[in-house]
Design a protein around this ligand. Sequence first.
Ligand SMILES: Cc1cc2nc3c(=O)[nH]c(=O)nc-3n(C[C@H](O)[C@H](O)[C@H](O)COP(=O)(O)O)c2cc1C
Length: 185
Amino acid sequence: MKTYHKKAFSLSKSRRFLEPGPIVLVSSAWKKESNIMTMGWHMMMQFSPALFGCYIWDGNHSFEMIRRSKECVINVPTADLIDQVVSIGNTSGRDVDKFKRFKLTPVLGSEVNAPLIEECYANFECRLADSKLISKYGVFIWKVVKAHVATSPKYPETLHYRGDGVFMLAGRTINLRKKFKRKNL
Ligand SMILES: Cc1cc2nc3c(=O)[nH]c(=O)nc-3n(C[C@H](O)[C@H](O)[C@H](O)COP(=O)(O)O)c2cc1C
């Protein structure tokens, strides 16, 4: 499996890798246990500080781990990890240690206790910013407090879920930067 050389990255630019709605792997830690879940339902909510919202079903083992620890890492996998992405979504941390089962490497973060997944292209360490929507909607609002992004390739082949077991792989990129209003870049 691939590993990446990463460097510190601008927090307010985290959205460049999160905004297009890639499938992400959410890692968590609570009381010496660590876990991973697959997630498609998320969105960027603010430029700076970078706020990120996501939905976590309360039946997931991750839900209580994340609610109690108030931390997580949002990891961005690429197409080479597609089998792990599906398997992680098909299994529960209640029954298996997913890092071991799916041969992924946990790496210590610098701001949170939840582990980063080394094999992912980017890792965003998050701390809970607002808990108001958790009990009603299962929506957690996070502040990205540290971002680790691979130096290459510039545009990773991320996975985008279309439902019903179908994924779209990120493909051709078109740069229309010159046509943009500065404030929208
Ligand atoms: C492609 C895909 C997208 C998913 N998106 C979400 C999501 O946005 N929110 C969620 O709560 N569960 C989502 N799931 C389901 C969880 O990943 C799944 O329930 C998992 O087993 C939870 O693991 P856990 O019990 O160890 O926390 C998704 C699964 C797949 C395969």
